[in-house]
Design a protein around this ligand. Structure first.
Ligand SMILES: Cc1cc2nc3c(=O)[nH]c(=O)nc-3n(C[C@H](O)[C@H](O)[C@H](O)COP(=O)(O)O)c2cc1C
Length: 183
């Protein structure tokens, strides 16, 4: 593609091609959680997590405006971003379903602002609100990390081209980043 598919972005076929093109980019899989003001636990599978800033320590993710709980996500006093391990495909599937009881049988403890930290995750970032922005049909959440934990011996679940996968390390280290030339 295809200048033509790009021109068609507003049509269903163009949007499908756009989504497929975006899906060429592999990501990890996270479950973002929060304890809503009403005491309800929120949880959603996301791949839109990314690092943003070291100082202050900020990360970001985006939530679809069609999410039934968008207002509760926006009002939450804290969030936990749980990076899933390769063994947690079922957890990803569970939290990618709308409504219903996502939490039955899920093992967790509570972190900052009582947000659930999922057992078995390879890293958990406990965050407070920082700011949010209009992201078109999504809302972009920028959150401030107050604490984190990692489990270096666990491997991440990967999502690419609409399928789950696992990492196949090449054993070749990437250059040290940031490089001196960046500053
Ligand atoms: C691998 C994967 C990644 C996803 N990433 C996002 C995301 O970044 N943002 C989003 O709003 N939905 C994302 N979704 C879809 C939500 O998990 C799904 O719509 C879920 O039902 C939302 O929960 P809710 O209906 O309770 O709001 C993703 C789903 C999967 C399987």
């Amino acid at each position: 593609m295809d200048a033509r598919a790009a021109e068609d972005l507003n049509h269903a076929s163009g949007q499908r091609a756009f989504r497929n093109a975006l899906g060429q980019f592999p990501t990890g899989v996270c479950v973002v959680t929060a304890r809503a003001a009403e005491g309800e636990d929120l949880g959603m599978t996301i791949s839109s997590f990314n690092s943003l800033s070291l100082d202050p320590p900020l990360v970001l993710f985006s939530i679809d405006r069609r999410s039934h709980s968008l207002d509760k996500w926006e009002a939450a006093e804290g969030y936990a971003i749980n990076i899933l391990a390769e063994s947690q495909k079922d957890v990803s599937g569970r939290f990618a379903r709308p409504l219903g009881n996502k939490w039955t049988g899920i093992d967790f403890e509570r972190g900052h602002a009582d947000a659930p930290l999922l057992r078995g995750a390879i890293a958990c970032f406990e965050c407070g609100p920082f700011t949010s922005h209009d992201g078109g049909d999504h809302v972009l959440f920028i959150v401030r990390v107050v604490r984190f934990r990692t489990f270096a011996n666990r491997s991440p679940l990967i999502f690419c081209k609409g399928h789950y996968g696992t990492l196949k390390p090449t054993g070749e280290p990437a250059p040290l980043w940031p490089l001196a030339i960046h500053y």
